[in-house]
Design a protein around this ligand. Structure first.
Ligand SMILES: Nc1nc2c(c(=O)[nH]1)N[C@H]1C(S)=C(S)[C@@H](COP(=O)(O)OP(=O)(O)OC[C@H]3O[C@@H](n4cnc5c(=O)[nH]c(N)nc54)[C@H](O)[C@@H]3O)O[C@H]1N2
Ligand SMILES: Nc1nc2c(c(=O)[nH]1)N[C@H]1C(S)=C(S)[C@@H](COP(=O)(O)OP(=O)(O)OC[C@H]3O[C@@H](n4cnc5c(=O)[nH]c(N)nc54)[C@H](O)[C@@H]3O)O[C@H]1N2
Ligand code: SF4
Ligand SMILES: [Mo]
Length: 716
């Protein structure tokens, strides 16, 4: 039976797996013990790759929707129809009339990832959106401002660390993000076995918190205050040192002045942590032989997200832990592909939210579609995304999308978003493509390199994203050229032709050749489980700080202004004023081991078992409101209301409730039968698109103000 060595493409952990096949069937999926990064770890989702591949609901042929009915068509007809509709919107209303939304799985898919830049450039629209603005943009902006490039992300060197401070992440379930670290359960246990400490700051006693040395509840949305106070303690008590960053920073005194007003005693009530504990954490962090502060999605999806993430890395720098084994370090991948990034080159039309990394925040997409005038979005391309369920006030975006003149989705599922498309272009399974991760090797806790060849020959007549975007680009340019000639101008050359004339293999091979290890494709292919390039290496400041003077910025004007805004909010009582309202709660999200954002709920093996879309609430809150475990509750926010079962648990911080994201498969016209049988509700029918993170406009998905009451509605 053929055995194939692959990297699981479902999440950032990129675990090594082996897949045995018989014909076009998957017979078994197992952990690859020889993978140098994942060391034999996999999670239950890996087995579901079989379900995803064999899913009867998976769309395999292009389809066109007319008057509510889908019809299978040839690729030629689908591409012609898609290009004509997109072209028409741009011809009549200008380049910005076309918007794009790129979702999460494209980062895990080599042909999609490599094809996108050329395609997006060719479209020429300022209205580009992606899941990154409901995810890690604040972290990326923070490192862009501090280190000079949006992917210069220092990663906790967990395998050598003596102290890991985790804010807003639950890697035992998520398997790590902006920190590719498969098997965090083992890696955290090893920290503790070495005599080190793991401290988790989270409004819920998460799975990671349960495995940690210490857990402290924090009020949702207050991480910037906590980090300010940790830094203030460090300076006040003279605990800092620059280590490898000595002589390489500017703005140290300004940083000290900025954090000084945020003493632990002043922020304690707003953060929900005793001043003595805050001071102790700062002392422990600085006294540890090595320490890493890891801030992730919980700290991004809040109002002061960029500031919080910036402060987290400032703490790493001024405690001497940047570029130090056991601290935070810059990985050195065998091949990488990322520019410096950009900020504020343009703004959104209505709310004036800033561009970052060539994109606008998706929280403003619905108003850009709904509001008439020059620059109004009339057509949309989505690829590998489900913004109807994944973005704040998804229900509003859903009805905005339904009002578009034209929509194309490049996606293998007919889901809450793609059901609204006029043309559905389904790419073939990633298991039929070559895979090499250009993103996650750059974020990994160990340097490795692994290339995976297709498990199956491509299904006859199937196209990868590379082929889809190449054909769509060529057809769009052909139509533009016809217009130009008809108007008496010259024909237009296809600007994407050279890009698409190469192949993904050629790209990887070029990047490897110019990379630090001088590897070739053949070198990597010779080791099917992946080549081990060793632990993270010092010298990362030299390699990854990309400001022209090579210096780390410990101060930036925008950060300073955010700090002033934060101080005013603290003084104005913004963090404490609703504390006593009886039915008012702050809503947070959660991830679960057996789900993956909104799109794996159709896997039978994952979705079976108890109802998972429940509202978590602390027993003291439940008894005050007279609510019993298992009863139905209604949760209401400014934008909407949902009803779901109550789960009473002391995992929750009092005053805070939690709903997992990605559910809400109640919409008509989808083709995800297993998901629809256990639909749950969408937390993003409660999150508010009208408020955004202060510097990059990221969606605010945590600390959402809601009321909870006994439900009179039947639960769907
Ligand atoms: N099983 C599974 N794995 C996944 C995914 C999935 O859906 N399912 N999704 C993948 C994706 S796309 C991503 S981006 C990563 C994300 O990976 P992580 O960043 O680890 O995200 P979460 O698991 O959501 O953990 C976030 C934690 O932040 C806490 N939190 C919420 N609000 C706050 C706050 O204001 N302050 C603090 N300090 N904590 C807060 C939550 O309670 C939660 O425990 O996971 C990836 N892995
Ligand atoms: N309230 C709340 N909202 C959140 C979050 C949260 O924590 N709380 N998390 C946010 C985060 S971190 C993220 S990343 C987003 C995710 O948001 P999105 O990326 O918008 O949504 P997904 O649920 O990941 O949807 C993935 C889509 O990709 C398709 N797909 C799967 N594989 C492939 C492939 O190989 N090629 C193509 N072309 N398509 C494929 C699936 O069919 C599905 O339609 O959600 C965000 N939304
Ligand atoms: S943690 Fe699970 S889903 Fe993520 S890469 Fe590993 S096996 Fe796949
Ligand atoms: Mo994400």
């Amino acid at each position: 039976m053929p055995r194939h060595y692959r990297t699981c493409n479902l999440c950032e952990a990129t675990c090594g797996i082996t897949i045995e096949t018989e014909g076009r069937r998957i017979v078994s999926i197992e952990a690859d013990q020889a993978d140098p990064l994942s060391r034999g770890y996999i999670c239950p989702k890996a087995y579901a790759l079989k379900d995803v591949y064999e899913d009867e609901d998976r769309i395999r042929r292009p389809m066109i929707r007319r008057e509510g009915t889908w019809r299978e068509v040839s690729w030629d007809e689908a591409i012609a129809r898609a290009a004509a509709g997109l072209h028409e919107a741009q011809r009549r209303h200008g380049p910005d009339a076309l918007a794009t939304y790129i979702g999460n799985p494209t980062g895990h898919n080599l042909p999609a990832f490599l094809a996108l830049p050329a395609f997006l450039r060719m479209l020429g629209t300022h209205n580009r959106f992606s899941a990154s603005s409901v995810d890690q943009f604040p972290k990326m902006l923070a490192v862009y401002l501090m280190f000079g490039a949006q992917l210069s992300v220092p990663v906790p060197d967990v395998d050598r660390s003596d102290y890991l401070l985790v804010l807003g992440a639950n890697p035992l379930v998520s398997n790590g993000s902006l920190m590719t670290a498969p098997g965090m359960k083992w890696r955290l246990r090893e920290i503790r076995q070495r005599g080190g400490r793991v401290v988790v700051i989270d409004p819920r006693r998460s799975e990671t918190a349960q495995a940690a040395s210490e857990h402290l509840f924090v009020k949702p949305g207050s991480d910037a205050l906590l980090l300010m106070a940790l830094l203030a303690t460090l300076f006040e008590e003279g605990l800092g040192s620059l280590g490898a960053a000595e002589g390489r920073v500017i703005g140290l005194e300004a940083l000290q002045a900025m954090v000084a007003p945020f003493a632990a005693e002043r922020v304690s009530a707003a953060v929900g942590i005793q001043a003595g504990d805050i001071r102790r954490l700062a002392r422990e962090f600085c006294a540890a032989p090595s320490a890493a502060c890891y801030t992730r999605i919980g700290t991004c999806v809040q109002e002061y997200g960029t500031l919080a993430n910036w402060l987290g890395d400032a703490l790493n720098v001024v405690s001497g832990n940047l570029d130090k084994p056991g601290g935070v370090m810059f990985p050195q991948p065998a091949a990488s592909y990322s520019g410096k990034g950009s900020y504020k080159r343009w703004r959104s039309r209505i709310r004036r939210l800033p561009e970052f990394g060539g994109e606008l925040p998706v929280a403003c997409l619905s108003e850009e579609i709904e509001t008439p005038g020059s620059g109004q979005v009339r057509a949309l391309v989505t690829m590998g995304g489900n913004p109807a369920l994944s973005t704040p006030n998804g229900a509003r975006l859903e009805s905005a999308m339904a009002s578009l003149d034209f929509m194309v989705s490049i996606d293998p599922a007919l889901n809450e978003t793609t059901r609204l498309a006029d043309v559905l272009l389904p790419p073939r399974s990633p298991l039929e493509n070559t895979q090499y991760s250009l993103v996650f090797h750059k974020l990994a806790v160990r340097d490795t390199a692994k290339l995976c060849r297709p498990v199956f020959e491509p299904e006859p007549g199937s196209w990868s994203e590379w082929e889809i975007l190449a054909a769509l680009s060529a057809e769009l340019i052909r139509l533009r050229s016809l217009d130009s000639v008809a108007a008496g101008g010259p024909p237009i050359e296809n600007p994407t032709a050279t890009h698409f004339a190469t192949t993904p293999d050629l790209f990887i091979s070029m990047l490897l050749g110019s990379g630090p290890y001088g590897l070739s494709l053949a070198d990597i292919e010779a080791v099917p489980s992946g080549i081990d390039l060793g632990p993270l290496k010092e010298g990362g400041i030299e390699r990854q700080v990309r400001h022209e003077d090579g210096k780390i910025r410990l101060m930036h004007e925008d950060i300073e202004n955010e700090a002033l805004r934060l101080a005013a909010a603290l003084d104005g009582g913004a963090f404490t004023k609703h504390d006593d309202a009886p039915d008012a709660f702050l809503l947070i999200g959660r991830r679960q081991l057996r789900t993956n954002n909104s799109w794996m709920h159709n896997c039978r093996t994952l979705i079976k078992g108890p109802e998972r879309c429940t509202l978590l609430m602390h027993p003291s809150d439940a008894s005050r409101l007279g609510l019993k475990h298992g009863c139905a509750v209604t949760v209401t926010s400014r934008v909407g209301s949902v009803a779901l079962p109550l789960d009473v648990t002391d995992e929750m911080m009092p005053g805070v409730v939690s709903i997992p994201h990605g559910f809400g498969h109640t919409r008509k016209g989808t083709r995800m039968r297993n998901a629809a049988a256990k639909p749950g509700v969408s937390i993003n029918d409660l999150t508010d698109e009208s408020v955004t993170e202060g510097l990059c406009g990221n969606g605010i998905l945590t600390g959402v103000r809601v009321c909870v009451n006994a439900s009179e509605r039947a639960i769907v």
